[in-house]
Design a protein around this ligand. Structure first.
Ligand code: UGY
Ligand code: MN
Length: 324
């Protein structure tokens, strides 16, 4: 049996006309029967009639960070030949968009870049979240006037330059926040994948946002009273910023203690690991590469499973009076 194959019940062959068997054939049959009966005995002894594929991935340690996001499992092996199968779901107050249903097309205003919009205002969100697959000699376009942008590198390497000439090399796990109307360009000489968030900046008097460049591993761990997950935030928590990106880590078996229901919206990209996401009354198995839209007030809860850390990146609107 090849590893990863799902099996149920041993397959016992039927014997049609045993009288006509040659000696050699009888010997082979004897061997086959011994092996088959042996496996029946093992099956009965273990009282496990079905076996499932191992969730352990032997070479997962040697892969680059966030490898799974750009090399997702398009469907589990036992469902690969099922026409039309997808785990994606689109409902009034949440959506799960899984990699086998991502649809890429040239990104307007960008060169040599394909984009897949995973969350857009048509769903009810006030922001967009998209994947941008940059190719050789690619260059970003600008967001519309008044719109702020955050890019996070999931694969490859890009260079971000702004109008004042400052230039930053951004590798996997690095990010840049660009305030509204700041002219900038993201360039790549080879293939690179970004997740991008954009929203119309919600301005309040006496506050203004600035360009931020950083990487997750340089962000401090924050207190999470009553929770066990590890939390980092990519942007300052000051009122200058109307959203933040949380990086949340769960060890297998850890889960959100609060069964959250709140006014904030979320856009989530699972960067590593797997688990169960509860959204409203639905419970979804999820894994790295999956994207989730959570509308305001959708009940939400996550439990990490599998053998490795779960890490997700989460857009959350903050610091603004909801009546604004
Ligand atoms: O901060 C949050 O709202 C976050 N804990 N939500 C979530 O993980 N679904
Ligand atoms: Mn939440």
């Amino acid at each position: 049996m090849s590893p990863g194959k799902h099996t149920c019940k041993p397959n016992i062959p039927t014997i049609s006309n045993s009288n006509n068997l040659s000696k050699m054939q009888s010997f082979h049959l004897f061997l086959l029967l011994s092996i088959t009966l042996g496996s029946v005995k093992i099956g009965v002894a273990q009282e496990g009639f079905c076996s499932a594929p191992s969730i352990l991935n032997a070479d997962s340690n040697s892969r680059p960070l966030y490898w799974k996001v750009t090399n997702p499992t398009l469907s589990p092996p036992h469902l690969q030949d099922l026409p039309g199968f997808t785990r994606s779901v689109y409902k009034r107050d949440h959506a799960l968009i899984t990699p086998e249903s991502h649809v890429f097309s040239p990104l307007p205003d960008w060169t040599n870049t394909l984009g897949a919009f995973l969350i857009t205002p048509e769903m009810g969100s006030h922001f967009v979240m998209y994947l941008a697959k940059m190719q050789e000699n690619s260059i970003s376009g600008l967001p519309p006037s008044g719109v702020e942008r955050l890019i996070f590198v999931v694969a490859g390497e890009v260079v971000m330059t702004n109008v004042s000439g400052s230039s930053h090399k951004l590798k996997v796990d690095s990010y840049a926040y660009l305030p509204p109307n700041l002219e900038h360009a993201v360039k790549s000489d080879a293939s690179a994948t970004l997740v991008v968030f954009e929203r119309r900046y919600s301005k309040i008097e006496n506050y203004v946002s600035h360009q931020i460049v950083g990487s997750t591993d340089r962000q401090p761990l924050l207190e999470t009273p009553g929770e066990v997950f590890e939390l980092r935030k990519l942007l300052p928590t000051s009122l200058d910023y109307d959203f933040n990106i949380h990086i949340m880590d769960f060890q297998p078996g850890e889960f959100l203690n609060v069964k959250e229901v709140h006014y904030n919206q979320h856009g989530l990209l699972l960067l590593e690991g797997q688990g169960i996401y509860r959204l409203g009354d639905s419970w979804y198995p999820v894994e790295a590469g999956d994207a989730i839209w959570m509308a305001p007030f959708v009940p939400q809860w996550y439990a990490a499973l599998g053998k490795t850390r779960s890490r997700y990146l989460l857009y959350k609107d903050v610091n603004r009076n909801p009546i604004l």
